[in-house]
Design a protein around this ligand. Structure first.
Ligand SMILES: Cc1cc2nc3c(=O)[nH]c(=O)nc-3n(C[C@H](O)[C@H](O)[C@H](O)COP(=O)(O)O)c2cc1C
Length: 188
């Protein structure tokens, strides 16, 4: 079993990344393979609304000049998908929104090809906007007919500050345990 996580932060080893690693360590304890994708590493642009994925449903995006198809393949190869983003002006980062729009529309054009995968969302934030940010990522799972196992939120601004949010980190670890449990129930 495998889970792929996408970190939508431009800070590769920042707070969102820390939260993802807490979930990963719970998954790995249960023998589940993990793969972390940093959206900061490669370019991904927004959808250009060409609708070629609807006209030619080959499970890939017609725009081949960025990382979208690589990320689609990573999602196809995983049983679970984690979306993680810091809050930027009460919502996800532009990189995360580009990932959602590009991969989500191809999935929709191909019989909701991620359906029944297990989804979870993670948010790092300084003060406010956590719920709307989770909401944006959860719509990716819901419109893709995936199964949402839960979500995690932790507070912090500077890199590493989320570790001081004991309650937040505790709930993120629990999310990892719940995700492992559900994956084993479905795919074990
Ligand atoms: C452009 C920008 C916008 C932000 N907007 C918000 C916001 O609306 N609400 C909030 O609580 N924090 C906001 N923050 C703070 C980040 O969400 C916070 O520092 C978070 O821990 C960063 O996670 P990272 O280390 O994974 O990038 C913003 C930060 C930046 C750079």
């Amino acid at each position: 079993m495998k889970v792929v996580a996408f970190n939508g932060s431009p800070r590769k080893d920042g707070n969102t990344s820390i939260l993802i690693h807490h979930v990963f360590s719970e998954l790995e304890k249960q023998g589940i393979e993990t793969d972390l994708v940093q959206l900061s590493a490669k370019e991904i642009h927004g959808c250009i609304a060409c609708y070629r994925c609807s006209q030619n449903p080959d499970r890939h995006c017609a725009v081949k000049s960025d990382a979208a198809n690589e990320y689609i393949d990573k999602m196809l190869g995983a049983d679970g998908i984690i979306l993680g983003s810091p809050v930027y002006f009460q919502d996800v980062t532009p990189e995360m929104k580009a990932l959602i729009d590009r991969t989500g529309y191809v999935a929709r054009s191909n019989g909701r090809m991620f359906k029944d995968k297990v989804g979870a969302s993670l948010v790092a934030l300084r003060r406010s906007g956590g719920i709307s940010t989770l909401d944006t990522m959860n719509h990716f799972f819901l419109s893709g007919q995936m199964i949402i196992v839960g979500r995690g939120i932790a507070f912090g601004r500077e890199i590493g500050e989320v570790e001081k949010d004991d309650e937040g980190i505790g709930l993120v670890k629990l999310l990892g345990q719940k995700m492992a449990w559900l994956l084993k129930k479905i795919y074990g």
